[in-house]
Write a protein that binds this ligand. Sequence first.
Ligand code: ZN
Length: 490
Amino acid sequence: MENQLIVYNTLTRKKEVFKSILPGYVGMYVCGPTVYGNAHLGHARPAITFDLVFRYLKHLGYKVRYVRNITDVGHLVADADDGEDKVAKKAKLESLEPMEVVQMYTHDYHQNMGLLNVLPPSIEPRASGHIPEQIETVNKILEAGYAYESNGSIYFDVQKFAETNEYGTLSGRKIEDLISNTRELEGQEEKRSPLDFAIWKKAQPEHIMRWHSPWSDGFPGWHLECSAMSTKYLGDSFDIHGGGMDLTFPHHEAEMAQSKIANGKPSVNYWMHNNMITLNGQKMGKSLGNAISLKQFFSGEHPLLEKAYSPMTIRFFMLQAHYRSTLDFSNEALQAAEKGYARMMKAVETLKKLPVSQESTVDVDALKEKVYVALNDDFNSPIAIAHLFDTVKMVNSINDGTEKITAVQFEDLKKFMQAILFDVLGFQEEEVSEGAGQEVFNNVVDLLLELRMEAKAKKDWATADKIRNQLTEMGFVVKDTKDGFDWKLK
Ligand code: ZN
């Protein structure tokens, strides 16, 4: 494409022309889930956002190494430096081993991401599998003089860092405000400044997730894992770091500072953040009682949901908003998305058998160009989808004969739609939704049994028996009644 890919960089608050460090190769790190509960909408947005980025970069011809971690240790309740580990807390509640909790919810996350057609990342490292790397990062920071030991724990010295580096730029905070806002936090008696954060934490006796280290039996601070693992798999500097906007502070701010000290240079070229989701206008969160799991969306089993919404409806709905905009989920909006998606997929069916002509009245190249311009403008999927709806109109007009397309254009359009809809936007042709699917299923069984009645009327016993016996074999119970038949599945 002639026009270049533009990426909005959270750090500079500017749209920048994307240029990879190595030609043709992109290293991308995205903060993945902390696995202590079922995957919900809040997980789906960053996953789908960076799935689009991953897919589009590959479509543009880049080789992409996409690293998305699993946080299974060190993320403490309330994102604090002291207290219970989120995973261990859940394990205690459920009488499970922490790693059982991790396994269960990692599986749930993968399952749901698979349904949403989110591609697996190239590498999916777990924090608990990278304790030596994290200890090494702590050592580097200590050696550089930007961390100190206090009672077996190691803290990052934010004020020292801020003397010669920017701290707060990514999240748009001023260090003075940060100091006054963090004074009340627990455990600060160990810290020189309330702003400092733990990179290694000495474990209390009751803390079960613990490892040996030169300083204490303990565990890594939450922010540290992403510095250690991104460096391990992507090097000292890499192209893109992504995550939800809620992670900019303290998580990414801390990560940026640690990595800079440990690696001796800024580690990330483009910081990208997806905006948050609201539900009926309210921020999503467990405390508000409006956190709906993805499974509940797919089954419709939640008091706030009027019906089930398919994974592709959710994906389509999310991509109909730009990733940097907030997105409000409501039944009304989802039902509109469901209809829009169905219309798009119907056009894909129509497209397969469009009549071609010698002449053309359509401009396929212009449509393609518009879609690429949108995607190159900071992955503007809603604008791209709007242009795809123009394509839907065009397809329908060609189908009803009001417009004409040549065979060459037709092949080109098919290839383009396939690439953008399925490879880049990651849509899938979906089975008809459960309710409609059930109806079709019932109709098919009824049809077979009607054919059996007709066969019986014609004394074609062989056909009548064949239908009945095979349905029985498949697990149906078929009964002849006064007015015809009755059936059920065993
Ligand atoms: Zn992270």
